[in-house]
Design a protein around this ligand. Structure first.
Ligand SMILES: Nc1nc2c(ncn2[C@@H]2O[C@H](COP(=O)(O)OP(=O)(O)OP(=O)(O)O)[C@@H](O)[C@H]2O)c(=O)[nH]1
Length: 834
């Protein structure tokens, strides 16, 4: 066929062509034509197909021997188009290009060819044929399609491996494209299932509505948007997604929206966990009853919990990013910002912890906080700041203050107590030494306060003490400090003493104030005080000595009659020293056999007969000589030695009573003085019984003398003892009658047989009509009560006569006999008996 066609072609190319060169050309053209991808056909002037290249033959499936002379065009329209163009080129010689839609019967596809018809002209420029070059556009497209498909596949692979869900929607919200993840999320099978559908087809209405709103907004604004939102999976699972949505443009036109969403549930979970933890931590930190402030390395506050504002009653907010130097709470009164800054920096510099006490004052209220400053560390354990944690210890501090106050103050009067006063006194001594000044120490002790307590009760006593404290404090100026030493004893430090007269003036003011009437619970009371004064440095520079000296002076004031002041002098120390010596010697007096008894006869004035004897204790000290009973009995009373002494006296007196009465026809009684202490400090009844037995003494020979003060106690044990004596047959005599309250009620209430009129009344009986009247009245009264009466201290016969005339039968005194020894008594009685 090649030869046939090439001969036809050579015919077309001209008869006079050089054969050799023509054949060369033909070979060249044939090679070119047959390797061309374009379909090439050559037509003669009659429109007959002269030549078809390999591509065309292949396209039209032309067999070599079919002899087809036209292009097999199925569609009439295309056929007409083709041949019209061919014929026009033949007739005009003008080239022409036509796009023709071939639908070849043997091919399953439609072929679009762009066919170029060009005239073949000879040397004379005459058209001899037409060459038609058709380019299979469909082939090109196919090739292009292949590339596009591949590119699409790449894109899809890219989209599907993207860890996001991806979608593209048109302006009305219809899905145009999605990735596999999106398909999965909505539970579809294929991409195609989503085409033309909207969010409303896959998501709950509310959610879809939200998505639509977002899309609308993006389309409207043209601005991309990214946010976190919730997406519901087809499985019902709702998860958090981080979404990015943007408008999509094509050829400068917004055609819809595109979106990417990433599942951030895990991240969100983590974030919400962290948030939860942070909230919990914050709630803890904010609600802790402690104030927390965090500082950076420069000392700037970087965190302050809300407690800081409540505490310290602070309205001014703590200023963040400022150091304590730059801002410091105006309410903190005990630490300055600079001081605190120093502490803070030390904590961070030396990696130590510190504890401070912060006092803040607001509206007269002081809040106390215990503040700990601790360093804070970073991940590599370097100090990166500091934390202060303050706990409110106001209540604790208040308790501490109260405890301290209790330790240093008297609870009843609120005055400083001995401990605090000692400190104040010590300071005063130091200052006075430095300033070369003097001060006075005043000790004030209430007189007979015990009797107030005893008669009016402790509660009244307390109220009185409170009032006394108030009066003392009010009487003093700012240079004086007052304290209660205990009991009814107060002490006053008078500093800046211009003169002793000033101190004496102060003492008189105090005595005067204390003497004023006290109205307590509607009743009136009177009391006085005794004051002792000692001076620094004149009397001593030593605190203990000063206290001792003021006390000694006060004791002297008491001894001097009370309700007065006494200034210390060395003579007082001497007398005290003497008393101390007496006391020391007295302790050994019994065992040293220095104590003995004397007996003073009690006489029946009518017959001059000795009716009884009063035993009187005497002491002849080897060291001190004769010591007056007035002195040593009082010391024995004060020191409690009277109990031992009293027992010794009883034993001696009982022995004497036995000895005397053993030989007498008319028995005499021996009186023994009993001290109140014996009633209270020993089992007196038992002791008496024991001694009576021991000394084989008849109780009828014994009389006990007691004083009114014992009866004042109104004590049941006293009554029991007196009743017991009565039961034993021991008579009781009331001594010193007239000197105390002389309440006749005692005489009927207690088993008392005898009353002794005190010698002080008897002494003046002949010269003082009042005393005479008094004695007369007492005698009459005791007679009425059927009590025996003895007049003490009868020294003259005039007194004796008068007493007798009043009806007094018994007397005791120098008129009859001084106290004498047992031996002398024995002789005296023997004489009488004889
Ligand atoms: N009501 C009351 N009495 C107290 C208190 N403390 C001590 N007393 C009593 O105060 C009295 C002190 O008595 P003293 O100072 O020893 O003796 P006084 O009766 O005052 O006699 P003189 O001091 O010698 O004048 C005692 O009876 C104590 O029991 C107290 O707090 N309240």
């Amino acid at each position: 066929m090649m030869e046939v066609e090439s001969s036809k072609l050579s015919q077309l190319l001209g008869a006079n062509a050089d054969v050799r060169s023509v054949s060369d050309y033909l070979s060249l053209f044939q090679t070119f034509f047959d390797t061309s991808l374009d379909n090439i056909a050559v037509y003669g002037l009659a429109g007959q197909l002269v030549y078809a290249n390999a591509a065309l033959r292949n396209a039209l499936n032309l067999k070599k021997d079919t002899g087809a002379d036209y292009v097999d065009i199925k569609s009439q329209e295309a056929f007409d188009q083709y041949y019209d163009a061919l014929n026009r080129t033949i007739s005009s010689g003008e080239p022409r290009a036509v796009l023709i839609n071939f639908e070849h019967a043997s091919l399953s596809r439609v072929i679009y060819d762009l066919v170029h018809f060009s005239a073949i002209k000879n040397q004379q420029n005459q058209v001899v044929g037409v060459i038609a070059v058709g380019r299979d556009l469909d082939f090109n497209k196919q090739q292009k399609n292949q590339e596009t498909v591949q590119r699409e596949q790449y894109l899809r692979a890219l989209m599907d491996t993207f860890p996001f869900i991806v979608w593209m929607k048109d302006k009305s919200g219809r899905f145009m494209a999605t990735n596999r993840k999106f398909v999965e999320v909505v539970g579809a099978k294929h991409y195609e299932d989503l085409e033309g559908k909207t969010d409303f087809d896959f998501f709950p209405t509310e959610m879809a509505q939200g998505y639509a709103c977002d899309d609308e907004e993006i389309l409207k604004t043209g601005v991309p948007k990214s946010f976190n939102e919730q997406i519901k999976k087809e499985t019902g699972e709702i998860y958090w997604a981080e979404t990015y949505k943007s408008p999509v443009q094509l050829d400068g036109q917004v055609i819809g929206t595109v979106g990417f969403a990433r599942d951030i549930s895990e991240k969100q979970h983590l974030v919400s966990e962290v948030t939860k933890q942070r909230n919990a931590y914050q709630s803890l930190v904010q609600n802790l009853p402690t104030t927390i402030i965090r500082y950076d390395l420069d000392g700037k506050r970087i965190f302050v919990n809300s407690r800081c504002f409540e505490t310290y009653n602070i309205e001014v907010p703590y200023e963040l990013n400022k150091t304590p130097l730059e801002w410091w709470s105006p309410y903190i009164v005990n630490v300055t910002g600079a001081e605190f800054m120093t502490q803070l920096m030390e904590v961070m510099q030396f990696n130590v912890q510190k504890t401070l006490e912060i006092h803040s004052m607001h509206e007269d209220k002081v809040a106390v906080h215990q503040l700990r400053i601790v360093p804070e560390f970073d991940e590599v354990h370097q100090v990166c700041g500091a934390l202060t944690i303050a706990t409110d210890i106001t209540e604790v501090a208040e308790y501490r203050r109260k405890i301290e106050s209790m330790a240093f103050h008297d609870q009843l009067t609120g005055l400083p107590n001995r401990t605090l006063f000692s400190q104040q006194l010590s300071v005063a001594i130091d200052q006075a030494k430095t300033n070369n000044s003097q001060f006075a120490l005043i000790i004030l002790d209430l007189d007979q306060f015990k009797s107030i307590n005893d008669t009016m009760g402790h509660a009244i006593g307390d109220k009185l003490l409170i009032e006394v404290a108030r009066r003392i404090t009010n009487s003093l100026d700012q240079h004086c400090t007052c304290a209660r030493l205990g009991g009814d004893e107060f002490i006053i430090l008078v500093e800046s003493v211009p003169s002793r007269e000033h101190v004496e003036y102060v003492s008189n003011v105090l005595l005067n104030q204390i003497m004023q009437v006290y109205v307590i619970d509607g009743s009136e009371y009177f009391i006085s005080a005794s004051i002792g004064i000692a001076y620094f440095p004149d009397d001593s520079e030593d605190m203990d000595d000063l206290l001792k000296y003021a006390d000694s002076a006060m004791y002297h004031a008491k001894k001097g009659g009370r309700n007065r002041y006494h200034t210390y002098s060395p003579a007082i120390t001497e007398s005290i020293q003497h008393r101390l010596n007496v006391e020391t010697e007295l302790r050994r007096a019994i065992e040293n056999d220095e104590i003995y008894l004397e007996y003073q006869p009690i006489v029946d004035m009518t017959s001059n007969q000795v009716k009884g004897l009063e035993s009187l204790c005497r002491w002849h000290s080897r060291k001190l000589g004769i010591v007056s009973p007035m002195v040593f009995i009082q010391i024995a009373e004060e020191t409690g030695m009277i109990v031992e002494l009293g027992q010794w006296i009883m034993r001696e007196a009982f022995k004497a009573a036995r000895l005397l009465n053993a030989q007498l026809k008319h028995p005499v009684s021996v009186s023994v003085n009993l001290s109140a202490r014996q009633f209270f400090e020993v089992d007196l009844i038992h002791q008496v019984r024991h001694l009576l037995k021991e000394q084989q003494c008849n109780p009828a020979w014994i009389k006990f003398e007691i004083t009114e003060s014992l009866l004042l106690e109104s004590n049941q044990s006293v009554l029991n003892a007196l009743n017991a004596f009565n039961d034993l047959g021991i008579k009781v005599s009331l001594d010193d009658f007239g000197t105390g309250q002389s309440a006749l009620a005692y005489l009927s209430k207690f088993p008392i047989h005898q009353v002794k009129i005190d010698y002080s009344f008897v002494k003046e009986i002949t010269s003082n009509p009042n005393d005479a009247l008094l004695v007369k009245a007492i005698i009459a009264l005791t007679a009425t009560l059927n009590k025996e009466l003895i007049a003490e201290g009868v020294e003259t016969s005039a007194q004796a006569t008068l007493l007798q005339s009043y009806g007094c039968r018994y007397a005791q005194g120098y008129l009859y006999s001084k106290p004498i020894s047992l031996q002398a008594v024995q002789q005296y009685l023997e004489l009488r008996e004889a």
